[in-house]
Design a protein around this ligand. Sequence first.
Ligand SMILES: Nc1nc2c(ncn2[C@@H]2O[C@H](COP(=O)(O)OP(=O)(O)O)[C@@H](O)[C@H]2O)c(=O)[nH]1
Ligand SMILES: [Mg+2]
Length: 512
Amino acid sequence: MTSLLMRIDRLRLLALVLWAVPMLALLPLGLLWLWQLGVVWVWLLALALFSAAGYGLQFWLARRERAWLDAAETKPDPDWPPVADGAWILVEDLAEQVNPDDWPVADGRPLMALAQQTLERVAGHFHPGVEQPLLELTVPHALLIVERATHDLRLTLTEQIPFSHLLTLGSLMRAYRWKPVADRLLGLYRAGQWVVNPAQALMTELMRQARARGSALAWDELRGWLLRELVRKVGAYGIELYSGRLLLSDEAPTARPTPSSADDLRATETAPDAGEPLRILVLGRANVGKSSLINALFGELRVATDLLADTTRRLTPYRLEREGLDIALIYDTPGVDGMDEQTLRAVGSEADMILWVSAAHRADRHADREILDRLRAAFAERLTRRAPPILVALSQIDRLRPIREWQPPYDLAEPSSLKAQSILAAVTVVAVDLAIPVASVIPVCLAPGRIYNVDDVLWSAILERLDAAQRTRLLRCQDVRKREENWSLVRRQLANAGRFLLALPERTRGRR
Ligand SMILES: Nc1nc2c(ncn2[C@@H]2O[C@H](COP(=O)(O)OP(=O)(O)O)[C@@H](O)[C@H]2O)c(=O)[nH]1
Ligand SMILES: [Mg+2]
């Protein structure tokens, strides 16, 4: 301050003061005037009120901004496979630990270090026990990331933190065969590099946005948020990378039917050029009403049902066309009691939603529970997939006591009749017996001429679980595509290796 004063010309300073004095004098003069009028208190009151209003407004603005920031926070993608959950916890944990004082925002390098730390956490989660988990990407994937990131960055700087150069270079060093491709694509990487200092770019953009909006928050608070957001974004991107979701092709995984669905679509005489159908599986023991459920859903007799024997021999697809549903196949199945473990697993892994039929009047439900538990255990083992939602259709409620009474509708919220009470009791018991939430047990009657609760209650329960089923479908397709890609890659690599070996005698002769 003194040095500043020293530097200013004294006379110039005097001129400034002279100019300011009359203005500054207004304040004491005004106070004197108020005092003479005896209304100083009015001014004091006004001062208090205005300050309070100003402070209140500022407080409200800050709160609104905080809410905005909370909403803008990067969240985990609901389409991620379960294996990503643990990785996201690590990312959130790191984000919460970030201390703004340790990471100067103006400098790009420490930010890169923070982003790298985040990626290392994510990579370490997916590749435990590997010394340099960051390098656990295949070269084509790394190159794909570079390509996508460069493209994305050109469009918008706000969304991505690729770090692809680390991955690409690391993987390139290890993979000789890919050298020609890598050389070509490395050029692409270099071309993109001048736009890629992702951490810096993101911060610059976020800060620009924050400033342009005239932030009501203290800079420290905002800085803390920006850093946490950097960690979350890098983390989310890392999870995309390392969870194996990234496919080499641009096509959406559900855009065309998987081979087995294509066969099933053909069996239902649907043109297989539509996308992958949602696969709804009707499961349950023999003679509980699985085929009847399908008939009830179609409102007509499509499937043979039988009093005596289980007539359904194998998985039979039917094309389900209903409002609120894209392309879907519903499968009638033989009773689960006759299925061996392998078949059960295979069947379960192809399902996006399971309608489990259980007969209300039959008490032997431990067998249902045992098979359901085996299915659930199989689902829990596959970390890259999501378990299909399970709905229980509690059939044959007309056979509950009193057996002769059948006068629907039955109000289960306030069961007045004996029948309604029996139904409610059955629903509660079955929910416990099968370890299914009560809301997912739908009592139905499927006997021809007595169909009850199917079109309204059961159908809306199905629709409510559609989102979950679509997510199961997405990850199921991703798995199939991934395997397809791996195979076609291996095939191409083998072909190349074969060509190399064939050419080998030529080369060695040339060298001699
Ligand atoms: N009374 C009554 N009978 C039913 C009901 N659901 C199915 N059934 C009968 O139970 C028998 C077996 O049904 P089905 O659909 O073939 O069983 P699936 O073996 O599970 O396919 C058939 O005779 C059906 O008519 C129901 O809700 N009430
Ligand atoms: Mg059947």
